[in-house]
Structure formats: structure tokens, C-alpha cells
Write a protein that binds this ligand. Sequence first.
Ligand SMILES: [Mg+2]
Length: 289
Amino acid sequence: MAHLLATQVSEEDEKQRAAALAASKAKPVEKKKKSWWQALCCGSESADEEPPQSKKDEKAAAAKPQAPTDGKSSPQPQAAAAPSSEDEEEEPERAEQSQQSEEPKWLLDPLSAEDQKKKIKTLVLDLDETLVHSSFTYIPDADFIIDIDLDGVIYKVYVRKRPGVDEFMRAVGQKFEVVIFTASLAKYADPLLDILDPDRIVSKRLFRESCVQHHGNYVKDLSMLGRKLEHSIIIDNSPFSYMFQPDNAIPITSWFNDKNDTELYELLPFLDSLIEIEDVSTVLQQKAA
Ligand SMILES: [Mg+2]
């Protein structure tokens, strides 16, 4: 079931999805629905789809060059690292970005002068299984339903909100620059966020094309945000998402339907404690250890 995961998408998986999508017209409704769902959303359909950790991925994460964290200079775009002889075919590759581009653009617009002066921190939030759980099959306790138009056919997606997500969003929106970074496609995530974030707390939505494909995973490279790494925090249920900058990450368990989950509530005081920290990695590194 790992093929359903946001960060477990190998080239072979992609081929299979494309083939399934192409063949789906001749298949039963449920298979057809699952095919379009797999192509759109990187969330998991059930709790048994945790991504397996591997030594290879740990090695790859460790080998990724880190952005400067001197706390003084503004971040600069990083040129693609020279491929190693061992992993030449699997070097990071931004989806749909021209390899001819010498100066990759930042994923975020520059901070306002006011936010720069306040040294506001950037909080990057994953979507699926971090803030919500979505399903292409009917679930009776969905908080809301979104319609997705695919080639003129309307499909329904049932969305459950993680307990506390509304309060969490309101709270972090007052203190952080909030960015949603998902490996799912905009066609699914955009209408979902229109409902999840009615007050437009999120300043930027980043989708699959902003991820880096690395060793078959969609990785969210914080060094491409255009923000100081020491001011950047990511909350994500998948360790693969932050494998390039693990010291900037706050892990969170994958959420599907546990109504007694309190992790978002519990994160708020910890996030508050990071606001005045000069380099968040000094704290988050210790938290992960
Ligand atoms: Mg996720």
C-alpha cells in the first residue's frame, strides 16, 4: 500500500498510476475512482500505509548539502549539486522545472519589510494526514466534501479535519508566516484549502510541482523557500518530506480518524517557544534526538 503515500512515489509507481488512469475507463467504478484519486492526492487511504524507512534514504538525507545558516546573509538560490558517481541517476530533481535554469526562483515571495524586521518565522505545514484526512470513498463523518472536476466528470472527495485544526490555524496565523506544502496536486488541494482556510491564514500554497523528487520520494526542500533556514519550521507526518532538513522539522503522527487526537493542540505552546529562538534548528535538533 506504500504506493499511496505522499513521499513514496517511485517512477514505477508513477507509470502504474498513469497506466491505471488510462485504463480506468473500462474498469469498474471503484477502480476508476481509485486511479484518479491516486493521481491527485498523495494521502493514504488507511492507517496501514506508513512509509517504510530505509538505510538508503537515511544515507541520501545525510548526503544532501545544507543551506548556509549563518543568520546574517539572505538565502541565495542553490545551484544543483554535482551528481555523485553512485547516485547520478537519482539526484534531486524538481518536478517540471527546467534543468537549463541557472537561477531557480524562490518558492515564496520576499517577506514584507515589517515581517523581516520582526524576524517572523516561516511555518511550513503538510496537508494530508497532518491537518486532514481525505478519502475518495464515502465516509459518514466527513467534515466537508469537495467536488473535483476531471475532464468534465465531477468526483467527490470526503475530508475529515484533524481535531483542533481550526484553532491551530488561527493561532499560528497570528504568529507565523504560514505556508502549506503538499505533495498532492493543486486540483485536489486548492479547493480543499479554500474550505479549510476560509480566513486565508495561509500566505502561500505549494503543491507537488514544488517538491523535489529524490530516491523515489517527494521531498520538500526548505532551502528553496527563499527564507533563512534558521527561521523555517516544517510540520509533516512523513519523515521523507523533510529528509533534506531534518533539523528544521517537527514530526507529527499520521492522522486518519482518531477523534481523541490532541497533537495539534499540544504543538501550540512548543511553537510559541520557537518564536524568539534565533536558530530553530538548535531546538528542533535536540527534540528529534
Ligand atoms: Mg502528509
